[in-house]
Unconditional design. Structure first.
Length: 146
């Protein structure tokens, strides 16, 4: 079973059981962001978590095996067309150089890890319209000189 087939089966089970990503993550014991990413095929899931997920959604062992497999991370489109995803693309295009300049000013020459990394997505009530709060937390990795 490949990651695409795995994701389709997880999504079908999620819908059939009426579970949210937060429900599924709670059954696994991990964050909703990481759990969702693994279910969508972008991260591998250690065996204990994969088995818990399969138990909570009544999925077969082949899903657990597919969840544990190392993913091939790829992006099929140069510019995303989904409006929500496109806005992130737009934000990086508008603010990417600013983010880079400020990180380099505060930390030096390097990057923010997307491996030693966490992300939280929250909802903030606001009378002018609810706000999306996204916190990215990545380890700074300085470039080496040799």
């Amino acid at each position: 079973m490949n990651k695409t087939e795995m994701t389709a089966m997880i999504l079908a089970a999620k819908d059939a059981k009426g579970k949210s990503w937060e429900d599924i993550a709670a059954s696994v014991g991990m964050s909703s962001v990481w759990t969702t990413s693994a279910c969508l095929g972008m991260n591998s899931m250690p065996e204990q978590y994969a088995q818990s997920l399969c138990e909570s959604l009544d999925l077969p062992d082949e899903i657990s095996v597919a969840l544990q497999a190392c993913p091939h991370k790829h992006w099929d489109k140069t510019i995303p067309t989904d409006p929500l995803v496109y806005r992130f693309y737009e934000m990086i295009n508008v603010y990417g150089d600013t983010i880079k300049a400020l990180i380099h000013e505060k930390f030096g020459d390097g990057i923010m890890s997307a491996i030693d990394f966490s992300m939280d997505i929250d909802k903030e009530k606001n009378p002018a319209g609810d706000r999306v709060v996204i916190t990215l937390n990545g380890k700074f990795l300085p470039y080496k000189s040799w």
